[in-house]
Design a protein around this ligand. Structure first.
Ligand code: HPA
Length: 245
């Protein structure tokens, strides 16, 4: 069963035939909301809204461990996550959709491992390739089939937020090799890896990163809203095609 984690702008899937909702308790506390089970094109999927159904949980307040644990406990072994980003690279303008292949983690103070028991052996999980190549391949195939362009590859900078970045911070991220910036990519990706869940992220670009494009005059959230609505429609098409495959 495929799990879908929806981010900003994707709190539900329009064409999902919902069969049940279930709030799962985990040893790590409560997930962002109930899991929504349903069918999409005849296939079983389970959906979780990362920021809660009313979009009230900020990126640093998401209980990532509970979210991943809940999905895993229901048998989810593949997750496609949707996470909006600001575009740093010139190719990643508002309205484009990226499929990153690398991450740099700049977050802090988040519970980012299941291996924090003092009386258990220390485990260092391999994270050379943070995103699953097979799932990424399915997303690229879905892009070709649905005609929704997806930019293959890119480096996701996971920032702590909730504020947006300064122009100098974006310049630094670019020097580090980042091509897009968001706030929720980590620790979600690594926790999936620790649970041996295959994970890929689809990243709709909703604004130029700070100091890039017309955002040299600041990032206006009203403008983001319009891009978000249009782009999410296309993300939904992509996801439906991924499920079909
Ligand atoms: N910065 C960080 N996170 C984001 C942005 C951004 O510009 N846009 C959407 N999520």
């Amino acid at each position: 069963m495929l799990g879908i984690i929806g981010g900003t702008g994707l709190t539900q899937l329009a064409n999902l035939k919902i069969t049940r909702r279930q709030l799962i308790r985990t040893p790590y506390g409560e997930p962002s909301g109930p899991l929504t089970f349903g069918e999409l094109g005849g296939k079983s999927v389970v959906f979780l809204a990362r920021h809660g159904s009313g979009h009230t949980i900020p990126p640093h307040g998401v209980n990532y461990r509970a979210n991943l644990w809940a999905l895993h406990s229901e048998g989810v072994r593949d997750i496609v996550a949707v996470a909006t980003v600001g575009g740093i690279h010139a190719d990643l303008g508002p309205g484009t959709i990226a499929l990153p292949d690398q991450i740099i983690d700049y977050t802090h103070g988040r519970k980012n491992t299941y291996y924090d028991d003092v009386d258990k052996p220390v485990i260092h999980i391999d994270f050379t390739e943070p995103y699953c190549p097979r799932l990424r391949g399915l997303c690229l195939q879905a892009s070709r089939q649905s005609g929704e362009p997806l930019i293959d590859g890119g480096v996701y900078a996971a920032m702590q937020g909730p504020r947006l970045e300064t122009a100098a911070e974006i310049n630094k991220l670019e020097r580090d090799g980042a091509t897009m910036v968001g706030m929720t990519g980590m620790p979600e990706a690594v926790l999936a890896r620790e649970l041996e869940i295959s994970y890929a992220a689809i990243c709709p670009v909703v604004n130029h990163a700070a100091g890039r494009g017309s955002s040299a005059h600041g990032i206006r959230y009203e403008e983001i809203g319009a891009v978000l609505d249009q782009t999410m429609e296309r993300v939904r098409n992509l996801i439906e095609q991924v499920v079909m495959n």
